[in-house]
Write a protein that binds this ligand. Structure first.
Ligand code: CP
Length: 322
């Protein structure tokens, strides 16, 4: 696969990527992991590129991780939030991006509350667009970093049993994980109250568990989702306490599993709701490994979209490669 055909112009979701493209990103991330372990965490690979991070929704991990990835590749970066920009005066998303393009930018990383916002923008500007989470649609770099973390631990994705637990209905992370993991040959299940599963869940080709105990019996790994209370405008669950009692992942429940399960969570966590603290901080949790891998995955995506040649990613650590 050559650089020009590797990913195309944009990264909008994992639904439209092939297994070869997903593998390419994960393999390209491997050599980039080491850069973050150096005393001087910087290579000149994207020197001269200008990247705008448009974050119109709250974010800690994704925004900072993209910014670290960009800076470690020596790109020039600008951060734009809706508050403090002319978006708060009513300027449209496309007008904002076109004005930024008039200042000669190369890439836009966008997080937006509306599903489809990243594609909408990508179809209207020439810069590369990376979806950093759009509404309840997709969060492709989160799906990729989850897969990289699973591959680190199990050495493979094919045949792995991953149960995605909790608020699947509102979760772009769940959608990106389902598309990505299935393409890579993993078996995927979801588990949560029916009120928090999409009506069309049967169309996703996943197993559905109504009881968390059944998901725990079946899985090699649990990816536990945050209850997205800010997107719940009616009574999806009786109470947080009731949710924790019926669906919370606790040490006691995991102790009844036939094997040790790897524990993932995309963050931010509601401790004591979907996950208990002794699980989040326990010996089988890779939640902070996910965060570490996020930087390498985002470096790989930036590198490939900028035209970096996959086979030269190792050399790019020293500065060459494009
Ligand atoms: N996982 C994730 O997207 O976290 P942030 O909302 O903090 O970016």
């Amino acid at each position: 696969m050559t650089a020009s055909e590797s990913l195309g112009k944009d990264l909008l979701g994992l639904e439209q990527l092939s297994s070869d493209q997903i593998r390419l990103i994960l393999d390209t991330a491997e050599p980039f992991k080491e850069i973050s372990e150096r005393a001087i965490k910087k290579v000149p690979t994207l020197r001269g590129s200008t990247i705008v991070n448009l974050f119109f929704e709250a974010s800690t991990r994704t925004r900072i991780s993209f910014e670290f990835a960009e800076k470690r590749l020596s790109a020039d970066t600008v951060n734009v939030a809706s508050s403090g920009s002319s978006v708060s005066k009513g300027e449209t998303l496309v007008d904002t991006a076109r004005n930024l393009e008039a200042m000669r930018i190369d890439m836009v990383v966008i997080r937006h509350g509306a599903s489809g916002a990243a594609r909408f923008l990508a179809e209207r500007i020439e810069s590369n667009v990376i979806n950093a989470g759009d509404g309840t649609h997709e969060h492709p770099t989160q799906g990729l970093l989850d897969m990289l973390t699973l591959r680190d631990r199990f050495g493979k994705l094919a045949g792995l049993k991953v149960c995605i637990c909790g608020d699947v209905l509102h979760s772009r992370v769940a959608r990106s994980n389902i598309w990505g993991l299935k393409k890579m040959g993993a078996e995927v299940a979801v588990c949560g109250p029916r009120s928090l599963l999409p009506n069309a869940i049967d169309d996703f080709g996943v197993t559905v568990f109504d009881h968390i105990e059944d998901g725990i019996q079946w899985a090699d790994a649990l990816n536990i989702l945050r209850l997205q209370l800010e997107r719940m405008h009616s009574g999806y669950i009786p109470s947080l306490r009731e949710y924790n009692r019926v669906f919370g992942v606790s040490r006691e429940r995991l102790a009844r599993a036939p094997k040790d399960l790897l524990i993932l969570h995309p963050g931010p966590m509601n401790r004591g709701v979907e996950i208990d603290s002794d699980v989040a901080d326990g010996p089988h949790s890779v939640i902070l490994n996910q965060v570490t891998n996020g930087v390498a995955v985002r470096m790989a995506v930036l590198y490939l979209l900028a035209g970096g040649r996959p086979e030269l990613a190792e050399a790019a650590k020293g500065g060459g490669g494009r």
